[in-house]
Design a protein around this ligand. Structure first.
Ligand SMILES: CC(C)(COP(=O)(O)OP(=O)(O)OC[C@H]1O[C@@H](n2cnc3c(N)ncnc32)[C@H](O)[C@@H]1OP(=O)(O)O)[C@@H](O)C(=O)NCCC(=O)NCCS
Length: 226
């Protein structure tokens, strides 16, 4: 991606208007963070490459379907993916940001980012392995099973780390994830997106591979420093 959501004027260029509420919630650094479609309805998502937009209520039926697909459920640790839980946890979750990855205007995946500092129980062992306290965690899925194993996941993670994690969050120094060792597609996708193996941590259902990339390793990410 050359001109993604981190680029000045990106949202305006695809028909979004500035949403004042978000500036008051997240501060001026994320001024365009929750851009909304100028004309209402489903937001446009760029012009054919992968692009990202914050999730909106209208995405919930799609997300609910994705989260209940057996290939996702298998890795979701028994989390509640009922309609009520998805509506409650995936749009207005306190600190995590939930994004829809789009290709050619259609949603292809969900991806979230959150501050490691907000999850001390899960991330204490990460910090013990050398992860920064100013790191971000990410979680993700490719919605349609037919799209998996075709490079979509690794492209989505790579673009998201550069354009959203580093591009919109100057305070974050690293991007990390810890998929189950058994979820080979997930940690291979991270590897292909440029995250490296840091160490093994315990998950609820077995060992996980902790993977990370630092801002300084990403030539296309913004310099940050805020
Ligand atoms: C994990 C996920 C996002 C990866 O996206 P993807 O589009 O399938 O991955 P990619 O096509 O980019 O491939 C990543 C690598 O894993 C490999 N891979 C894909 N599926 C695999 C599988 N079932 N077993 C082993 N390797 C697999 C690919 O071949 C590729 O490696 P290669 O280039 O060396 O061949 C996607 O599979 C998914 O949504 N899975 C269900 C939800 C999930 O597990 N989310 C992550 C929770 S931590």
């Amino acid at each position: 991606m050359t001109a993604g959501p981190g680029a000045p004027g990106f949202y305006e260029s695809v028909g979004f208007a500035y949403d004042h509420d978000v500036e008051t919630r997240f501060g001026p650094a994320l001024r365009m963070h929750r851009a909304v479609p100028a004309g209402g309805g489903a937001p446009p998502c760029g012009t054919g490459e992968l692009a990202f937009r914050l999730i909106v209520d209208a995405d919930l039926p799609m997300l609910h379907r994705w989260l209940n697909e057996p290939g996702v459920v298998r890795w979701w640790e028994g989390d509640d993916v009922s309609w009520e839980a998805v509506a409650r946890d995936y749009v207005r979750d306190g600190t995590a940001e939930h994004w829809i990855a789009c290709r050619g205007g259609a949603g292809v995946g969900w991806i979230q980012c959150w501050a490691v500092a907000d999850e001390p129980d899960e991330c204490g062992p990460w910090i013990g392995l050398g992860i920064d306290r100013t790191a971000a965690g990410i979680d993700y899925l490719v919605g349609d099973p037919a799209d998996r194993g075709r490079g979509v996941g690794s492209a989505m993670i790579r673009a998201f780390v550069d354009d959203v994690v580093f591009g919109l969050h100057p305070q974050w120094s690293q991007a990390c994830a810890a998929p189950y060792e058994a979820n080979v597609a997930s940690w291979r996708a991270l590897e292909k997106a440029g995250l490296r193996f840091v160490g093994t941590v315990d998950g609820k259902e077995g060992p996980c591979r902790l993977m990370a990339a630092g801002r300084e390793e990403r030539p296309t990410a913004s310099p940050g420093g805020g």
